[in-house]
Design a protein around this ligand. Structure first.
Ligand SMILES: Cc1cc2nc3c(=O)[nH]c(=O)nc-3n(C[C@H](O)[C@H](O)[C@H](O)COP(=O)(O)OP(=O)(O)OC[C@H]3O[C@@H](n4cnc5c(N)ncnc54)[C@H](O)[C@@H]3O)c2cc1C
Length: 445
């Protein structure tokens, strides 16, 4: 992911950027949680900002109904030494958390080859370290933003409880806690009894719980509500939003100046005007940047959520939970419970399959019997913009004026504020305030 440009060029363009901020117009492509937070931090630094999205409003694609977790304590990417065995065990099982659709799509196989490479122990460790550093910064940025703006988004600040139902996994928990502690992430080991004391709704859970890790600084909240509320604040602060505007082409002209063409709601193709661009297009960025010779290894990894009304609050959890054995998460959002999980590698398909949703609801019913109106649950599927390493692209592209903040995979909500803050610092000519993260084209801190 390294960006090969001479250091003097980076220094010069940073200095130029710093001197032009006040009049510089940045256009953010994409109004998911990543694009809107990017717009916020750029506007805060004095840039003139506009945002373009093909949908009629913010957060209508992957940021719409995710698991809700601000999971600083889960920086480990899916590409781990255990992942190939988990994938093999999942083959053919209808209730498997992982599903790979057979087919010849070369992009899928290229991405899977990259994923396998990132499963090597050293790479996995390096990626987890990088994500942990960014996640810690992101948590701090989110708290500051919330304090400054008074934003509410059904947030819960009770931590995340990681649950283990298999003793072999619970026994590895101490090593995980030590890893988190090295990054200043507070977490403590809990036996089954302590888990139930922390979250009484677990008292009737089936199968019986072995234990858990309570990550005290983690949070949860409604990413869609957050994004919409923040977009409203952005608009009040002068950010221009252009919805129902589809980006069709991003390519440099003969002089190397990036040109962006979009199609507006009335069907007209229009050239967009800006001094700089930030790509926050989720899984759709790679196809658009291919024309600019920028190859982003981002693949859509499909996931599901169901959001069920809570009918008995005493039986429904308030603490956000991660079932480490079955790879399912849940978050209390107001008077509903959001349950999310599964990973399907099947291309750009967002159709909702009833059996996948049923598996999530069955999990919720077995964990919290009588708590939810499962018949009234709202199903959803979205595409995580995943890099093989789950480390996002943040920083410069190979073209002057074209920046990247994309590919946040399974942690886009967790990493949104920190990624956007770091990118805005870079675009302001400063070093990003997170050491040890592979920002593209950053000066060493
Ligand atoms: C089931 C599930 C559960 C998850 N749970 C969690 C969780 O608990 N915690 C967590 O941190 N993360 C979670 N995630 C991941 C997180 O939701 C994503 O990483 C995040 O939403 C990605 O945000 P984004 O802004 O990059 O992408 P998006 O939200 O997809 O935004 C991209 C935007 O670009 C726009 N766009 C695309 N193409 C074009 C175009 N050609 N022209 C104009 N606009 C375009 C889209 O309309 C969209 O608004 C989960 C994801 C899923 C699917």
């Amino acid at each position: 992911m390294a960006c090969h440009r001479p250091p003097w060029r980076t220094a010069l363009s940073n200095a130029l950027a710093a001197s032009r901020i006040v009049s510089m117009h940045v256009m953010v492509l994409g109004a998911g949680v990543t694009g809107v937070t990017t717009a916020w931090y750029l506007r805060e630094r004095g840039f003139d900002v506009s945002v373009v999205d093909r949908q009629p409003g913010p957060a209508l694609e992957t940021s719409f109904a995710n698991g809700g977790q601000i999971s600083i304590s889960h920086p480990e990417p899916w590409s781990s030494p255990a992942a190939p065995w988990i994938a093999l065990r999942a083959l053919g099982r209808r209730d498997a958390p992982l599903r790979l659709k057979p087919g010849l799509d070369p992009a899928r196989w290229r991405w899977l080859a990259g994923f396998l490479l990132e499963c090597l122990p050293q790479r996995h460790h390096r990626n987890a370290e990088a994500i942990a550093r960014l996640a810690v910064h992101s948590g701090a940025c989110l708290r500051t933003l919330r304090d400054r703006t008074g934003l509410h988004y059904e947030e819960q600040t009770r931590g995340i409880l990681h649950l283990f139902f298999e003793r072999s996994e619970y026994e590895k928990a101490r090593a995980k806690i030590a890893f988190l502690a090295r990054h200043g992430i507070a977490a403590r080991l809990c036996d089954a009894h302590e888990c139930v004391t922390l979250e009484p709704a677990l008292r009737n859970s089936h199968p019986p719980l072995v234990g858990g890790i309570h990550a005290l600084g983690d949070e949860s909240g409604n990413a869609m509500q957050f994004t919409r509320e923040l977009a409203r604040r952005c608009a009040q602060a002068g950010v221009q939003f252009h919805f129902e505007t589809t980006v069709e082409k991003v390519a440099p002209d003969a002089r190397g100046i990036v040109r962006v063409v979009a199609r507006t709601a009335d069907g007209n193709a229009v050239p967009l005007q800006a001094d700089a661009w930030v790509v926050c297009l989720g899984s759709h960025g790679p196809a658009l940047l291919e024309g600019a010779g920028e190859h982003l290894a981002i693949y859509p990894v499909k996931g599901y959520s169901v959001t069920a009304p809570v009918v008995d609050p005493a039986r429904a959890p308030n603490v956000s939970l991660t079932d480490e054995s079955r790879r399912i998460v849940c978050s209390r959002l107001g008077d509903t419970l959001r349950v999310a999980g599964t990973a399907e590698i099947c291309g750009f398909d967002t159709s909702v399959h009833a059996d996948r949703c049923r598996a999530l609801l069955d999990w919720a019913e077995s964990m919290f019997p009588g708590a939810l109106d499962t018949a009234g649950a709202t199903p959803w599927a979205g595409l995580r913009p995943c890099t093989p390493s789950n480390v996002p692209y943040i920083g410069r592209s190979r073209w002057e004026g074209l920046w990247l903040n994309t590919g946040h995979g399974s942690l886009g909500w967790t990493l949104a504020c920190g990624s956007a803050h770091c990118l805005a610092e870079m675009m302001s000519g400063r070093a990003p305030p997170v050491a040890g993260f592979p920002f593209r084209g950053a000066q060493p801190t």
